[in-house]
Ligand binder design. Structure first.
Ligand SMILES: [Zn+2]
Length: 314
């Protein structure tokens, strides 16, 4: 029997290879209602998916890009990610060109259904590039919610009405939040800000705020001393006050230098790229983050005095 071993080993490798290839499309052969696996590209889409699949039987939702990554610009798929995607029925991506890995994924997983959550949404450009941060504004996030709900209804038709109902409810809540944030900030005496990362243009547009400058010359890059000095000059020469906004999950020494230089505080916003994965806690993560952001923006834009707030809390 010994002579069979090498051939057996060869056959085993071949079998693994075939199952690897077959796995990408295999799930479409089983009734989708039996076990429908949906993978979110990153945290804000994961939170949306938990809300859209609420009460839908047989659905499993998972999050791909680790929450510690923050904003997934330049993210590369790991072998573990590929394994996760091979077991998926549907992969929900942000779109807008954020995913440099799509070509490789399509080559390895040609049958995976990839849903672009940004489909049909007009994109803002920063220095000629499509800006991907649609989810940071509740108004554009609601458009993504409706796109994803429609795609789930198509991919898992047995539960189409549930996806549509959940999608309508969650998108309507997000639109209500957008209107609330806009109304609260409408009388703010400060309306301009400097951003650290290019994550705020949709939020600024939808809240009628004005972004004066972005500190990062490109995502993940620190500005040079000269670029930093240029931003400081623009802030000083702007008429009226300019708030300095950064992000809670970003290490940003340049923003701290600017803050010291100008003698103005830095305010941190939560762009919802990180949070708890446990579904019960994650489901409300978007609204929790935005409520906190609104409190921060009230202070940054001169509606609330921080010391008054802390005094009132005692
Ligand atoms: Zn980003």
């Amino acid at each position: 029997m010994d002579f069979l071993h090498p051939r057996r080993a060869g056959a085993a490798v071949l079998a693994v290879g075939l199952s690897f290839l077959a796995a990408c499309g295999a799930r479409s052969l089983v009734p989708v209602s039996a076990n429908f696996q949906v993978v979110a590209e990153f945290y804000p889409l994961y939170v949306t998916l938990l809300n859209l699949t609420d009460g839908v039987p047989g659905v499993q939702v998972s999050n791909l890009v680790p929450t510690a990554t923050g904003c997934p610009e330049d993210y590369q798929l790991t072998p573990g990610d590929m394994k996760t995607l091979m077991g998926a029925n549907v992969f929900i991506i942000n779109g807008t060109g954020l995913e440099g890995y799509l070509g490789k994924l399509a080559a390895q997983c040609p049958q995976l259904k990839v849903v672009d959550a940004s489909a049909g949404i007009a994109l803002l450009k920063i220095e000629g590039e499509d800006n991907p941060h649609l989810w940071v504004s509740p108004l554009t996030a609601a458009r993504q919610t409706r796109n994803i709900a429609a795609a789930l209804a198509t991919a898992d038709p047995a539960h189409a009405s549930l996806y549509r109902k959940n999608g309508e409810a969650y998108a309507t809540r997000q639109e209500g939040l957008a209107a609330h944030m806009r109304d609260v900030l409408a009388p703010a005496p400060v309306r301009r800000f400097v951003a650290f990362h290019d994550s705020l243009p949709y939020l600024a547009r939808d809240l009628n705020l004005e972004m004066v400058a972005i500190l990062e010359p490109a995502p993940g890059q620190n500005p040079s001393a000269r670029e930093l000095a240029d931003v400081a000059v623009r802030v000083r020469s702007a008429s009226g006050q300019v708030a300095l906004l950064t992000e809670i999950d970003a290490k940003n020494p340049a923003a701290e230098v600017l803050s010291r230089e100008l003698g103005r505080p830095l305010y941190s916003l939560d762009t919802v790229t990180t949070g708890p994965l446990e579904p019960a806690a994650a489901k409300e993560a978007y609204f929790r983050a935005m409520d906190k952001n609104l409190s921060t923006l009230r202070i940054a834009f001169g509606l609330d005095d921080y010391s008054a707030r802390t005094t009132a809390a005692h």
